[in-house]
Design a protein around this ligand. Sequence first.
Ligand code: BMA
Length: 329
Amino acid sequence: MAVIGGISLPNIPWQDRPEGNNDVIWRYDNNPIIKRNAIPTSNSVFNSAVVPFQKGDYKFAGVFRVDDKARNMNLHAGFSKDGINFDINPNRIEFNKDNPALQDFQYGYDPRVVYFAEDGKFYITWCNAYGYKPTIGVGWTTDFVDFTMTENAFLPFNRNGVLFPRKIDGKYVMLSRPSDWGHTPFGDIFISQSKDLKYWGEHRHVMSPKGGWESTKIGAGPIPIETDRGWLMFYHGVLTSCNGYVYSFGAVLLDINEPWKVLKRGNEYLLSPQETYEQIGDVQNVTFPCANLVDADTGKIAIYYGCADTCTSLCFTTVEAVLEFLDKE
Ligand code: BMA
């Protein structure tokens, strides 16, 4: 097993798997790491994205979903020394526009952030309102202070836009999940490709909900991890119970050159809402992963996930443990 194209991250936030625990993924023992009232105006801080980023003492930066007390959905930047304690900017990100014809930011949620070594930019994709209807917004920053918004990738309705961390066959590649305006009761994962991050096409179907914990809909999670066996990706899956949706997450292995081809797919979820902070909050029973940090040397993975649409937590696994799990399926 080897992580390809990643970086050494000896300071990855980490706890060893607790003794006697045989789960593929285990939780940080002091979850949630970001509470709902992390800044004075926040109703909730969840479904957020963290990446390695060096600035003074800070070693990590992120884009956070902050719903305010008027229940507007905003994106805020933040920094951390240890990947666990975050200083979140109390003011929301005000995007510059790379084209004056772009509409003003209306609302945004569920951000993902990926570093592109090719041009040294951190790209942000998020669920962006266009005419107050959700689609995939795209922007970039180099310093997590100034942010530039570019064209939306797709027409509404779409959610869960996730970029691969490098071009594949000379093209940017994005996962997404076409949806509707509401709490979409369906959803498959698709891939789209672009030569310039502006015009998207060559759409390919990746996978549909399979049943059980992911019987209603699925959506890409954190940025896929490049390994010598394929792209390892966590994705969320939703089951409809008599009390509403239940959001769990599992893993899949995609082909390195043609990532719309699924090589391995787990049958069981890897994490589901079982702790009180995952079960109870503004929306019950939600575990929603939006980011992973990976240490290329050891294969350690730290996953950031939103809990009950209220707070943000951390859990851990390794590339080896997830591949072993996928091989058993
Ligand atoms: C989805 C998104 C997520 C949220 C989830 C559960 O449609 O809105 O932000 O976590 O529903 O409410």
